[in-house]
Ligand binder design. Sequence first.
Ligand code: SF4
Length: 473
Amino acid sequence: MSKFIEGQDRSQGTMFPERVDDYVEEDSPVRVIDVFIDDLDISGLGFKAEPAATGRPGYHPKTMLKLYVYGYLNRVQSSRRLEVEAQRNIELMWLTGRLAPDFKTIADFRKDNGEAIRLVCREFVMLCKKLDLLSEKLVAIDGSKFKAVNSRDRNFTRAKMKRCLRDVESAIERYLARLDEADKSEPARDDAKTLQDKVAKLREEMARLKKLEVRMLEAPDQQLSLTDPDARSMNSRGTGVVGYNVQSAVDAQHHLIIAHEVTNVGSDRSQLSRMAREAKAVLDVERLDAVADRGYYNGNEIRACEQDGIAAYLPKPGTSPNKAKGQFDRAVFKYVEPDDEYECPAGERLIYRFTRTEANKEIRRYWTSACPNCAIKAQCTDGDYRRVSRWVHADVVERAQVRLDSRPDLMQRRRSTVEHPFGTIKSWMGSTHFQTKTIPKVSTEMSLQVLAYNMKRAINLLGTQKIIETITA
Ligand code: SF4
């Protein structure tokens, strides 16, 4: 052993530092947590923790908050593990003044104070703004799917239920056919009883599925999750996941998360204006640029952004059925604004015919009477006429396209901006992702993750001393 570094003898008397403070490094992130939370005015945040009038006093919300922020910053998210860490981790002892609540108290604090924790997360974004870490000009909006506690086996959609019922039914038929054969054989085969048991079990399963089907059909979106009722089956990078769609608005300069929202809607199409508006409110700016991917493309959302002083940059999904058939793409029809007409590749004018409502949008329809005699009709349409549709607010999406064309670098910038926070948070959360159930609790979990991410990022960018000095100034 003499050629290796040797530890101290356990029985040897030592002079420990006199203060717990001496064990905590000067630049330890735990000092930022301490100063940030001590400085918070939590009176208006709505924490549900009253000082005890009689009996044993409870823990101060700031103590519990410190415990949680430390836990999320150090990948200790479960209340049981936090209870253990509070008793043995010197940094936590320093942070909480050696207070070590039991896991139930820790879990209840997170359960009861979702909105207040969300506001604390926002307070840290405000601090980042004070620290000049936010560009206040450009945000990237993106959604990412996070797994819920609910397994795929315990989630049912209409299609999946149909498949399950069909599988059980065909298994029953198979066993019944084998049972018939067993009954006919002389002497009677030994496996008849086993087959009967299997059929009985499958019938029980069929009855269970039928009951679940009734519950599933009663749900507004005709989907049922048995472990976490709010979790939904959604598509994530080509595979199905039962979970939540977490929306975020990320600052393009230092990749800090300005706003976030947990939803159980699989599609991003209706999220753009809400997230951009939240980011704009937090940044408190007159105008804001927001970049998103084609999954967010929605004329009404782009228009709502424009009305709120937000310039949206996002590509249009390439879904032209004519282009797919090798015919003229819709984009080659040029709109002649003064005449409210379209010019087609044959040089004919498509004139306005009528307006109709499609998917809550007023759509104007145009076509020309020249189509039947057109020499290039085969390249244009299979029908009698090539009809072109125009949303009454199409100028909004046309402006968005011009904006995007003028800044081709933005889509690359979007990708590098949003991948950083989601990649980091997912690696912290591990493969199981959320630990709690239902949207309110999952939202609280996400707020703590976002707070921890932003705090770590700010510390990496500026160092603990600068942040502490700004808070205490
Ligand atoms: S088919 Fe009609 S719309 Fe198409 S190029 Fe010919 S005239 Fe124009």
